[in-house]
Structure formats: structure tokens, C-alpha cells
Design a protein around this ligand. Structure first.
Ligand SMILES: [Zn+2]
Length: 451
């Protein structure tokens, strides 16, 4: 394929364009450089041969950069790339070896905030399209880019954008914004993400903290909250809220086979975190199944009373717990909130106040969808091997793409698993940028030919 040769001989262009992107800070959390970066991305897409435009929802919302190109030989199938041009804040600055937006190259690595997440991933998609155009004067299928600017702050408006531009964004498959590559250089092809429900529970017992001798008379809100939280799950991690798992369906036979095949070294994992055993004393296959498909009820933080040095005999006036629930397919965040509220009421915890921060459903693409094997064959050809992952244990805004656009979504990319994304000294590996760009070329080809 001539496009692959074009990728090989144009890596310097890819690197310098990635450096340009890194050197334009675009920190969504601080609204720093967002507009400027959107314009830069638009210009890059244009110079790579795509028609691009900036889409807006309303004032104060980061724009989406949209681009498309129609295929002359195959105008009936459309592949979409979903990416983001915003980055995490670079703090703490003093832990960076070079300035965080330097884009400096050292050997096989390019350093800087966004070098991998997600500007590195984005450039592989853009350059793959450019390579096809340069080599054949055409693209193997229609291509669309949706590049948002709020991913790192939780993609608050992606759903509204997808609804507003539903027709414009229509497609037959989405390549997700990232994909991990493991320590043995195997790309992980991800078919799903879990959902998330983030809540805060509070109990206020008295109008102020009191001397702890009064604990004989004044109820302690921390005890009260602990009692409430205790009813939510058992020590094996199973959630005890009525009907929590009602709509959930078990793994398909094919999914189970994929999970069995996925490499997982429980001892390496335990060593990494310095832990002796897993929740519920799970082992090997059960641990893998949990990562892929178990819901969680996790205490993310608990605040009450005095937590400073030494002793202070105080009876706190209030207590607060932050809880994140990972949701699995078929769990509707809105329904789960109602179930949680009912549960607390049923157990007599009317005094526990609930605040909902974030609700997002899980998404999963069927492992037997033809798109999966198209991606898998491309990855095996370029990387020599690949791993199919039924679902990532984390959360991303995949559900609206599946729900609103009805698109199968697959994540594949150049994110080396130890590339320090979200941390100081984030870097991208040039060998992986090259391989991923080639892999995207082959994916477009397989997808267009429907093979
Ligand atoms: Zn990120």
C-alpha cells in the first residue's frame, strides 16, 4: 500500500505538526488557549486536504472542530474519528524536566502536555488521511472528524453537540480518541467503556461542632453516614441496592472467550499497587471479568471532624462522603439514582442528603460486529499482534455516540501505557505514532472495502 510508504517518508512532517499542536496550550479546565487551538487544528486539517469548520453550541462552550472528505470510489461508508484538542493542566510545573508545552524531541520521544493525550493520537488520524490522499488522490471511505475541546473536563456538552449535528455527524463506525499499547508493544483494541454515577451524601446533625463529651446526647453524623454507607454494598463488592443489577445481561460466550484470552498477570498487578489480595479474594479469570464487567460502589472521599495532627476531642456537626459508582451496560444512571434514593429511604436514612454530580451510561460494541475484525486485522498486520478488550474499566463519553448516532465505537491508538498522560513529563513514542498512523490507513482501507 503506497500510503504506508508515504507515512514512512513523511514522519518529519508528522513530528513538526505535533510539536506545533503541543506548543499551543489548550487547557480546558482554565479556558487557556482553547479558541486558538481550535483554529490551529482547523488549519492543520485543511492543509492535509480536509474541508473543515468550527461548530459552536453557545457562548462559553468550547467549539468542536469538524472536518470531512468524501471518497470518490466508495461514497457509501463513513468512518468517523472522535478526538479532543484540549489537554489536562500541566501542574505541578516544577516536576517537568522541560517546559510543559515545549514539544521537545529526545530520541524516540516527544515531550509535552498533550503529546499523547490527545494531540499525538489526533495527528495519527490526520496524517493517515493525508497519506491516503497523497498516495491515491482519494480516501478509501468517507471520513469525518469530530474534535472536541472539553474532554478533559468531562465532555459536558458532547451529547448536546451530537443531538444538534446528528445528521452532519452520521457515520458507520467511530475510531475512539485513544488506544493503549502495552509494555510488549501490543495495541489494545477497546470495545467499550463503563459508565459513571458520582454522588455526594451528607449528614448534618447539629449546627456546630461540639465537645466530644456530649456524644452521650448528640448523635455523631459520621457514625450516621457510616451506617448508611454500610448498607450500600457487601465486603465482596456486591451492591445491595434493590434492582441495581436488574437490567444487566451476562457476558456473551464470545466476550467470555475474549476475556479468557486477554493477558493479565495478577502478581505484577498486585506488586504495582503493593496489595496482597483483590476484593472478594478474586483470582485470575474472575479478576479479569471484574475489570471488564463489574459495577462498583467506591468511596472516593470521606470528610468529618478533625483530621489534623495529634488529638482533638471533637464531635463533628456534619459528615460528607463522595461515592463513585461505575456502571455497566444496561444500567441507566437516572434509574440508578432513583434506586439509591429509595434504598436510603427504605433503610430509614431520610436525613442523608444526596447531591448528584455526574451520570453517564456505559457503552459497548458487540465483539462480533464486522468493524471489530476490520480493526483487528489492521492492527495485527502493523503491530504483529493485538489484544481485544471487551471493555475498559474506566469511563468515557462513548454512550452518546452509540445511543444518538448509533455508531459502533472502537478504541485503538498510540498511547503507550507508561507515557505519563495527565502527569509531568508526558511523552509520545515516535515508533508508536508511526505504527498507529499506518494502522489507521489500513483500518480505513478494510472499512471501505467492508472486508
Ligand atoms: Zn486525558
Amino acid at each position: 500500500m503506497n500510503a504506508l510508504k508515504h507515512v514512512d517518508s513523511h514522519m518529519d512532517d508528522l513530528i513538526s505538526d505535533l510539536q506545533k499542536l503541543i506548543r499551543q496550550p489548550s487547557v480546558s479546565a482554565k479556558n487557556e488557549g482553547i479558541e486558538e487551538c481550535a483554529k490551529l487544528v482547523k488549519a492543520l486539517l485543511k492543509s492535509s486536504g480536509l474541508k473543515s469548520q468550527i461548530l459552536r453550541l453557545k457562548k462559553g462552550v468550547a467549539p468542536i472542530v469538524f472536518a470531512e472528505i468524501k471518497s470518490k470510489k466508495n461514497p457509501h461508508k463513513t468512518l468517523m474519528f472522535y478526538n479532543h484538542y484540549d489537554v489536562q493542566p500541566a501542574e505541578p510545573f516544577d516536576l517537568w524536566d522541560d517546559p510543559p508545552f515545549s514539544g521537545i524531541r529526545k530520541g524516540n520521544k516527544i515531550f509535552g502536555r498533550g503529546s499523547t493525550d490527545d494531540k499525538g493520537e489526533l495527528i495519527t488520524r490526520i496524517k493517515a488521511v493525508e497519506a491516503c490522499l497523497a498516495a491515491t488522490g482519494d480516501v478509501p471511505c468517507n471520513i469525518k472528524f469530530v474534535i472536541e475541546g472539553e474532554e478533559e473536563t468531562g465532555s459536558a456538552h458532547i451529547e448536546q453537540y451530537l443531538k444538534k449535528y446528528k445528521k452532519k455527524f452520521s457515520n458507520d463506525g467511530v475510531i475512539w480518541e485513544f488506544g493503549y499499547v502495552d509494555a510488549k508493544n501490543r495495541p489494545i483494541i477497546g470495545l467499550g467503556m463503563k459508565g459513571l454515577l458520582f454522588v455526594e451524601l451528607t449528614v448534618k446533625e447539629s449546627i456546630r461542632d461540639a465537645h466530644s463529651s456530649l456524644a452521650v446526647l448528640i448523635k455523631n453524623p459520621a457514625w450516621r453516614l457510616i451506617d448508611a454507607v454500610q448498607t450500600l454494598r457487601n465486603s465482596d463488592g456486591h451492591i445491595l441496592i434493590k434492582d441495581w443489577y436488574k437490567e444487566v445481561v451476562p457476558f456473551s460466550k464470545k466476550d467470555l472467550e475474549l476475556i479468557e484470552r486477554e493477558p493479565f498477570d495478577q502478581n505484577v498487578f498486585k506488586k504495582e499497587f503493593g496489595i496482597r489480595s483483590f476484593v472478594g479474594n478474586k483470582k485470575n479469570l474472575d479478576a479479569k471479568k471484574s475489570l471488564v464487567g463489574d459495577a462498583t460502589c467506591n468511596i472516593a472521599g470521606f470528610i468529618s471532624g478533625y483530621t489534623g495532627n495529634g488529638a482533638k476531642t471533637v464531635l463533628p456537626g456534619e459528615a460528607l462522603v463522595k461515592i463513585d459508582f461505575r456502571l455497566i451496560p444496561k444500567m441507566d444512571p437516572k434509574k440508578q439514582v432513583i434506586r439509591l434514593k429509595k434504598h436510603l429511604k427504605l433503610y430509614g436514612f431520610d436525613d442523608v442528603k444526596i447531591k448528584i454530580f455526574h451520570g453517564e451510561a456505559a457503552a459497548r460494541t458487540d465483539s462480533s460486529h464486522p468493524f471489530v475484525s476490520q480493526v483487528e486485522r489492521a492492527a495485527n498486520k502493523i503491530f504483529g499482534k493485538s489484544i481485544l478488550n471487551v471493555s475498559n474499566a474506566g469511563t468515557g463519553p462513548m454512550h452518546p455516540f452509540v445511543d444518538i448516532l448509533k455508531s459502533p465505537c472502537i478504541s485503538i491508538g498510540s498511547t503507550y501505557m507508561f507515557s505519563r498522560i495527565h502527569s509531568p513529563n508526558e511523552f509520545a513514542r515516535i515508533d508508536l505514532l508511526k505504527k498507529t498512523t499506518k494502522c489507521i490507513c489500513l483500518i480505513m482501507d478494510n472499512f471501505g472495502k467492508n472486508q
